[in-house]
Design a protein around this ligand. Structure first.
Ligand SMILES: Nc1nc2c(ncn2[C@@H]2O[C@H](COP(=O)(O)OP(=O)(O)OP(=O)(O)O)[C@@H](O)[C@H]2O)c(=O)[nH]1
Length: 199
């Protein structure tokens, strides 16, 4: 799933990757429209996203399906950010994260912003991957991590905002300004909202 995350100055190519069915399109719809539309978006191509505040989306293909892999590889090279999703109720989608990361390291720019997201956090009773497992994997690869739910919207805005802020800070970094630290930003935001069901 490929789209542009528009920052203050220019559009940054951002890609949502992960196995089929982990909720890439649903997450984007929740972020863009603030709602959950149940059911699978098998025809991701052609979904039109509205322009909302600073973000512009352009969907070109459906990732997570073998036949689109070669297309996706080509876009990795130009990607500024990658949101890497697994489904907390699907062990295989979690196990495949390592393969996705191998692919990302092979094809993407070395300074690409990567964030790991454990989606479907609302489905706690069907959970097969503990939050700590996600945290451990993220630490191993030094990438920020959070659990999200495209259904309830939990952490969705935070995930996209953190990436947008990181991209923006890289684009217009002044030497005199303190560097934006994505990990610290996420932890601070999580703490602020710990009262309200953040995971
Ligand atoms: N309960 C729950 N269901 C979700 C969530 N996110 C997605 N789903 C459901 O999971 C299924 C797959 O969601 P999609 O958004 O189509 O997944 P995708 O990753 O875009 O799939 P592909 O386009 O095939 O790669 C749909 O039935 C969604 O309604 C979530 O956070 N919670």
């Amino acid at each position: 799933l490929i789209f542009y995350l528009k920052t203050l100055h220019d559009e940054k190519l951002t890609i949502l990757v992960g196995d089929s069915g982990v909720g890439k399109t649903s997450l984007l719809v929740q972020f863009d429209q603030g709602k959950f539309i149940p059911g699978s978006f098998s025809a991701t191509v052609g979904i039109g996203f509205t322009t909302m505040h600073v973000f512009v989306f352009q969907i070109w293909d459906t990732a997570g399906q073998e036949r689109f892999r070669s297309v996706t590889h080509a876009y990795y090279r130009d990607a500024h950010a990658l949101l890497l999703l697994y489904d907390i109720t699907s062990k295989s989608s979690f196990d495949n994260i390592r393969a996705w990361l191998t692919e990302i390291h092979e094809y993407a720019q070395s300074d690409v912003v990567i964030m790991l997201l454990g989606n479907k956090a609302d489905m706690n009773s069907d959970r097969t991957i503990r939050r700590e497992e996600g945290e451990r994997l993220a630490r191993e690869y030094s990438v920020p991590f959070m659990e999200t739910s495209a259904k309830t919207g939990v952490n969705v805005e935070l995930a996209f905002t953190a990436v947008a802020k990181e991209l923006k800070s890289r684009a217009i970094q002044h030497p005199s300004e303190p560097k934006f630290k994505i990990h610290e930003y996420i932890e601070a935001q999580k703490e602020k909202s710990s009262c309200c069901g953040f995971f």
